[in-house]
Design a protein around this ligand. Sequence first.
Ligand code: NAD
Length: 341
Amino acid sequence: MRIAVFATKAYDRRFLDLANAGFGHELRYFEPRLDGETAGLAAGHDAVCVFVNDRLDAGTLERLAAIGVRHVALRCAGYNNVDLAAAGRLGIAVVHVPAYSPEAISEFTIGLLLALDRKIHRAWARVRENNFALDGLIGRNLAGRTAGVIGTGRIGALVARTLRLGFGCEVLASDIVEDPALTAIGIRYVPRDALIASSDIVTLHCPLTPDTHHLLNATSLATLRPDTLIVNTSRGALIDTAALIQSLKARRVGGVALDVYEQEADLFFEDLSDQIVEDDIFQRLLTFPNVLVTGHQAFLTEEALTAIATVTLQSLADAEAGRPLAHALGADRIVRAGPAR
Ligand code: NAD
């Protein structure tokens, strides 16, 4: 299949080229993200391959359909940036990679939590300046603390297990579906509001849907226990960032570690070190000593990139051969039509 790969980085190319040795697709790499303006680059291709911040709204999909693109392959799990209703109407098949490596994201989540709690990022910066003083670096043991996991699917379940069995936390969970394997190890499902109000650590692992959009907002943040740590490796818009900043200023939050940010599409995955960042909310966030931000890298392991490339190219080979698509996103998955957030 002729595939136009958008938002390509060197690591995408490396892992896609390696995996493609087993498929023989024609891959053409483009650096820009796919949106209404760049859609024309896909002319002459059967499929586009995109990532988390490409914008596949109805307008973009209409342009793709008009130039003969029939397949969209998301090289990620989340699909909140695709208007699935429009894709269905236009006869464009959409596939994603639902579970390329939940370990990659769950391990990174635990890493962020430990760094935030024990101030490892700050300690590292101090030691580089030959400052070996420990004042201000006091953390707290995870053992015995209450961790609340919102969304106990593939990633959240691993995080919940690790916190419960590895660190000896009491773990509360919230999900629209309960996982009996988690209740069997003593994890308790409670309503989301109760979880937020009763946890020392809140970690987010649910998808971005109308129900979860800004689930941490001024109202819910006001119910947090003092010193609660918040970790978000899921999707930025689960948190109302402006409200989070108010809570941080009011010292109502113990610390925040984010791998995702609601306006990340304007920032992440690019080297902006020589530029002036105009997002004042993001810049304010970075000024807090108890905020740790990474640029959407939880997925970035060799194993995950290998799995993403292989599953994506397999899905497109299946589409070309007319085989059933194991990872198709059909109308049953439409949770929110509209532009990416
Ligand atoms: P998953 O589909 O296996 O699990 C999601 C869970 O959320 C499911 O159990 C589902 O029932 C639950 N859920 C749905 N709606 C909910 C609601 N309203 N309240 C509570 N729970 C709800 O997905 P996953 O593979 O575990 O991925 C979780 C999220 O992680 C994805 O949505 C994706 O956005 C994000 N992600 C981030 C990265 C990264 O690099 N930072 C990488 C992969 C995935």
